[in-house]
Design a protein. Structure first.
Length: 135
């Protein structure tokens, strides 16, 4: 594909209906890749090895977290698939992301909610007191 990566990005955004956030995400990935290269890339010059070097560099740089690195990887690979670049995507290193811990109440907080429920006033339509219903 004889095209600059920035031109490919423009074409992809023109030919696909994208949210502003997703278009920005694609653009952000391209900018990070170009910053790593020190120049604007031609699509046909991008290799699996170069992508892997970039992803390793991003990991070592630690400017963005693992989830961000996974997102910029996915964005750039989306564009390269669209260009039918012929790259072996299975040879591009994956980014491992630790699962996000769930946001939840701890035992003490749950206990406080249960205690507060016992003090609720009023009656439900079914005849139960609110305290009985929510306890």
């Amino acid at each position: 594909v004889d095209m600059r990566l920035t031109d490919l990005l423009d074409r992809y955004c023109l030919e696909n209906e994208l949210s502003k956030d997703y278009a920005y995400q694609l653009s952000y990935a391209v900018k990070r890749f170009h910053r790593f290269l020190g120049s604007i890339a031609d699509v046909d010059e991008i290799t699996e090895e170069r992508l892997n070097q970039w992803l390793l560099h991003e990991q070592e740089l630690q400017e963005i977290n693992d989830r961000g690195r996974r997102n910029v990887r996915a964005s750039l690979l989306t564009l390269l698939r669209y260009a039918e670049s012929g790259l072996r995507m299975d040879r591009v290193r994956r980014v491992k992301v630790a699962p996000k811990p769930p946001e939840a109440w701890d035992v003490d907080q749950l206990g406080a909610v249960a205690e507060a429920a016992k003090r609720l006033e009023g009656t439900m339509k079914n005849g139960l007191t609110r305290a009985e219903y929510f306890s």
